[in-house]
Design a protein around this ligand. Structure first.
Ligand code: TYD
Ligand code: MG
Length: 459
């Protein structure tokens, strides 16, 4: 039966859009068949009638800007460098952090390791699991070689019960694994539905802010919006981290998609080993470790992810299509970017590519959106098309425009330094970046103004 003050609505399970009627297609996100019937409470009740009872939300009044204490010195480091980096230099007390990723990618593993570090450094940590039993978590902990005294486990899915346990335990940090398995008994919809997921996240937000605790929510990213995904929570939480990588590869990439307390483009790179996740402090080495030397279509690009330079191998394969028009397929780089650059190559350099299939792949399961890899894509496609390999100690970077011009990119000096450090000898880069750039006698730096110049220097 409907509660007082509640009404029936239909909510899109992908983006949360609500409607009084069932709709076949969500007018907001365009998803088909994503509407489900839910109980909705009034907005006003939602904001005031909280399940959270630990402490009343403090009085708020206007405060002079100059009297507000800065928060940054209060950051807590976990000592897991790659994790601290993605958070913007450690955990901010009172922050609500969402960690999303596909099942099996390693979310519980990472957070168990974080919980271990936090409990050693700051006292009681509560790990709430709605998915696994205490024993399963303990088993994972043993595999990870952790045995922290301050870590408490709670296998529970009822939000109200969880809050009373939190009140009793008074932990210093909380981990919730996962937000889709927890439900509030005040709502009638099923766990994992958009209103439950939002309610749970909203309650933990109030808790984090009023107690000044860091709270980590784990959220599954699944195909086809049957379960409300982390996307629907992005606006509620302070920080959103996505765990990416292919399950069959060891590398895992933790990427900040939103961060109220730091840069949103930082990356953390881990390797999944038999004893848990290990940070990779030197990603270029990993990304280049299996590079075939002297193969056509293989190019090393210098990309920036956040504050960190990375040398990555980019591969292209151009082969004649069995059908009239060639397909373009990419992995790790934007398809549209490749289509555009290929069209530019056809028009400006007269390469006949329209009848060829073109595959472009960034090696190592990483994806890069930065336009600085444009020149690398152009070089790789041309190398494969002509079947001429690049000099193996060459690094390429630069943005390419539609007229075939090579444009300056940010942080050229940092990219050059990384190339030199990794033992490369030749760098093909935008001429416009060369002014005032500190020279490096280990490198032969070639500035180019156009794609024609670049390809001449490369081949
Ligand atoms: P898990 O953290 O349970 O994934 P999630 O919580 O994101 O669903 O870890 C999933 C995989 O990681 C699992 O297939 C086993 C593997 N794994 C290791 O390779 N080494 C380890 O030390 C651990 C704990 C897990
Ligand atoms: Mg898990």
């Amino acid at each position: 039966m409907a509660q007082k003050g509640s009404r029936i609505v239909f909510a899109c399970q992908k983006c949360g859009h609500q409607s009084r009627k069932w709709l076949g297609k969500c007018p907001d996100c365009g998803e088909w068949n994503s509407f489900a019937e839910e109980q909705s409470r009034d907005q006003s009740r939602e904001l005031t009638g909280a399940a959270f009872r630990i402490s009343a939300v403090r009085d708020s009044r206007p405060t002079p800007f100059t009297e507000i204490e800065p928060q940054d010195d209060a950051r807590e480091m976990t000592g897991i460098d790659e994790f601290d980096r993605v958070l913007g230099g450690g955990i901010v007390p009172g922050s609500l952090v969402l960690i999303g990723g596909e099942p099996g990618i390693g979310k519980s593993t990472l957070l168990s390791q974080v919980a271990d570090r936090l409990s050693q450094l700051y006292g009681k940590v509560l790990y709430i699991s709605g998915e696994e039993s205490d024993r399963q978590i303990k088993l994972r902990g043993e595999r990870l070689g952790i045995n922290p005294t301050g870590l408490y486990l709670l296998a529970e899915t009822n939000l109200e019960h969880i809050f009373s346990e939190i009140e009793r335990l008074q932990p210093q940090a909380i981990i919730l694994d996962s937000v889709q398995t927890i439900y509030s008994q005040k709502l009638e919809s099923a766990p994992g539905s958009i209103s439950q997921v939002r309610e749970v996240a909203g309650q933990f937000l109030v808790l984090a802010k009023s107690l000044g605790l860091p709270v980590f929510l784990i959220g599954h990213v699944t195909k086809e919006g049957t379960i409300a995904g982390p996307k629907a929570l992005e606006h509620i939480v302070d920080t959103v981290l996505y765990f990416e990588g292919e399950r069959h590869h060891q590398h895992r990439i933790l990427r900040a998609a939103k961060n109220r307390f730091g840069a949103a483009n930082e990356l953390g790179i881990f390797e999944m080993t038999s004893t848990g996740l290990v940070g990779v402090p030197n990603p270029s080495e990993i990304f280049l470790s299996e590079r075939p030397l002297g193969a056509s279509g293989s190019v090393v690009v210098a990309a920036m992810e956040g504050t960190r330079p990375m040398l990555i191998e980019l591969q292209a394969l151009v082969s004649s299509s069995r059908f009239g028009t060639g397909r373009r397929t990419t992995q790790g780089v934007e398809l549209n970017r490749v289509v555009l650059l290929v069209a530019m190559l056809e028009k400006r350099l007269g390469l006949q590519l329209s009848g060829d299939d073109i595959f472009v792949n960034l090696v190592g399961g990483i994806s890069i959106e930065e336009p600085a890899i444009d020149l690398g894509i152009v070089a790789a496609v041309t190398s494969s098309f002509r079947n001429i390999p690049l000099h193996p100690r060459t690094v390429v970077f630069g943005e390419v425009g539609l007229a075939g011009e090579v444009r300056a990119t940010s942080q050229a000096a940092v990219r050059l330094r990384e190339a030199a450090r990794m033992g490369f000898q030749r760098v093909i880069m935008p001429q416009n970046n060369l002014n005032g750039l500190p020279g490096d006698d280990r490198l032969d730096v070639i500035g180019v103004r156009s794609v024609t110049d670049a390809l001449e220097s490369i081949f």
